[in-house]
Write a protein that binds this ligand. Structure first.
Ligand SMILES: Cc1cc2nc3c(=O)[nH]c(=O)nc-3n(C[C@H](O)[C@H](O)[C@H](O)COP(=O)(O)OP(=O)(O)OC[C@H]3O[C@@H](n4cnc5c(N)ncnc54)[C@H](O)[C@@H]3O)c2cc1C
Length: 480
């Protein structure tokens, strides 16, 4: 029997892939809270608008992007899927708020040659900075240091730092470049420059793709059905979501699991894990339960707590993967109150504002004629701006005052929702790749029947955590 710990999207996905695998006779999923889906939560405002408290959009690209679309198709959610393409204003228009001004980032090749108001130089100049910067050999460093070294401090401060706030609510001075921008870092390490490395890799890809295409053409006539992922690629989707809210994804997964006989227990907190010679013993709400293998989708810190007694060295590695807290405030305004149709704006940390950024939800996926915005605050700077226990009232006024000031909105919102998401985003700091390797090595050398998935390990995006669940199931089945 396989027990999956955690009923967020990665735990539900792990149970789904485990149930698909014939070798897994029985699968049980245990979730500590009374809610399935973890950070995914879609709330209906009193006026009927959808407020996403956690994730809202998913990128369809790459292996992980295709995998999620396959899952959506298998769960028969394709008819609820909404998407935008590469020419949509929310794809093209991305803003940064710096020096009391909203700056539009270039979205075309022509724009890259023009001096941007954000940087006082054309973006193309950075390529020259990179080509002339000296090569430095390193195992890892912060994204900030890497960008400052290769592309210039202005880019590190005004462009990359806010982008990192948008990706993981984190501090670019701490996040690992060898983890988050692995291919760029490797390009520099191998070829002495990002530009050279990227060009060489592009050329290699073009050659290998043309070989692949020759092979594919022979099979084309026999495989005419396009998958959802094929359609997304063919139509150049940039982002997708679900009509009515992303929470339908974990709900559909849970329904599918129940239909296939997977037992889902909520309010079932795992308090201790002990790996014995012939089984795994779990303490769940004070009661003992046994199984043959465990897949943990818990945040690394929670897993550290429950394995500490038997495996203190493993626990010590898991425990130090940091997390940040984000305050999320959703607003609805009755009219169209935005100065520009865009995805939203990000705020560089050097502006010293409590806002990480604001997403223009109703530009991405329109909701009637109203404007829906989501303000993200705090992250790596949560305590600095809000202390340990800010009131809802304080968070609400901070969000509304700054947003109205920056976007010059005069109207009052007609609905809102405030939430503090404690420790919601793991931070993959410098040295993360090596730490993850040590964790996996420990598990495999001690022959522990434990698979790991979720946002603490291989990336925080929904695509990453769903793929990590599939991988964890493959790994644990192969081990046995
Ligand atoms: C504000 C915000 C916005 C985001 N936006 C996007 C986005 O637009 N696109 C995107 O791709 N990604 C986005 N993400 C990232 C993405 O939502 C998360 O990485 C993902 O939801 C994490 O899922 P998970 O299953 O790994 O973890 P979680 O959702 O944290 O699930 C873990 C579960 O384990 C349970 N648990 C903990 N301890 C125990 C225990 N001892 N026993 C049993 N159960 C336990 C918890 O209750 C929880 O339900 C966003 C994240 C946040 C916070």
């Amino acid at each position: 029997m396989t027990i999956v710990l955690g009923g967020g999207i990665s735990g539900l996905s792990a149970a789904y892939y485990a149930a698909n695998n014939a070798k897994n006779s029985a699968v049980i999923l245990l979730e500590a809270s009374n809610h399935l889906g973890g950070w995914i939560r879609s709330i209906k405002s009193p006026t009927g608008a959808i407020f996403e408290q956690g994730p809202r959009t998913i990128r369809p690209v790459g292996l992980a992007g295709r995998n999620t679309l396959d899952l959506v198709e298998n769960l028969q959610l394709s008819n609820k899927l909404i998407h935008i393409g590469s020419s949509h204003p929310a794809t093209r228009n991305r803003l940064i708020y710096s020096d009391e001004t909203l700056h539009l980032l270039p979205s075309s090749l022509k724009g890259v040659f023009k001096t941007t108001s954000l940087l006082d130089r054309p973006l193309i100049n950075c390529l020259w900075t990179d080509l002339t910067a000296p090569r430095t050999s390193k195992e890892d460093e912060s994204i900030y240091d890497f960008v400052q070294r290769r592309l210039g401090q202005d880019l590190a401060d005004k462009l990359i730092s806010p982008i990192i706030c948008g990706i993981c609510a984190g501090d670019a001075q701490k996040i690992s470049v060898n983890f988050l921008f692995k291919s760029l870092f490797e390009a520099e390490q191998k070829y002495g420059s990002i530009v050279k490395g990227v060009l060489v890799n592009r050329l290699k890809n073009i050659f290998s793709k043309s070989k692949d295409d020759t092979g594919k053409k022979d099979n084309e006539s026999t495989n005419l059905r396009l998958t959802l992922a094929d359609v997304a690629q063919k139509e150049h989707w940039a982002l997708w979501g679900l009509q009515g809210g992303l929470e339908q994804l974990p709900q559909a997964l849970a329904d599918n699991l129940r239909e296939r006989g997977v037992k889902i227990q909520t309010e079932a907190k795992c308090e201790k894990l002990t790996f014995k010679s012939n089984c795994v013993e779990l303490i769940i709400n004070g009661n003992i339960q046994e199984c043959s293998r465990v897949i943990s989708s818990l945040p690394a810190k929670n897993l550290a707590d429950i394995v500490r007694e038997q495996h203190p060295a493993l626990s010590a590695e898991l425990e130090v993967i940091p997390t940040v807290t984000v305050a999320v405030v959703n607003f609805e305004f009755q009219e169209d109150v935005l100065p520009l149709q865009a995805f939203g704006f990000l705020v560089p940390p050097k502006e010293n504002l409590p806002l990480l950024g604001v997403i223009f939800d109703s530009c991405v996926f329109p909701q009637k004629s109203s404007t829906v915005l989501t303000v993200m605050m705090g992250g790596a700077w949560f305590e600095k701006f809000f202390g340990a226990n800010p009131s809802e009232e304080h968070l609400l006024t901070t969000a509304i005052d700054h947003t109205r000031d920056i976007l010059r909105i005069e109207e009052e919102p007609v609905a809102h929702n405030v939430a503090v998401l404690k420790d919601c985003i793991p931070q993959h700091v410098v040295g993360h790749t090596q730490r993850i390797k040590r964790i996996h090595d420990y598990i495999s050398t001690h022959h522990i029947p434990l698979g790991l998935c979720g946002s603490s390990y291989q990336g925080v995006g929904l695509n990453d955590v769903i793929l990590s669940a599939k991988q964890a199931v493959c790994d644990i089945v192969r081990e046995r």
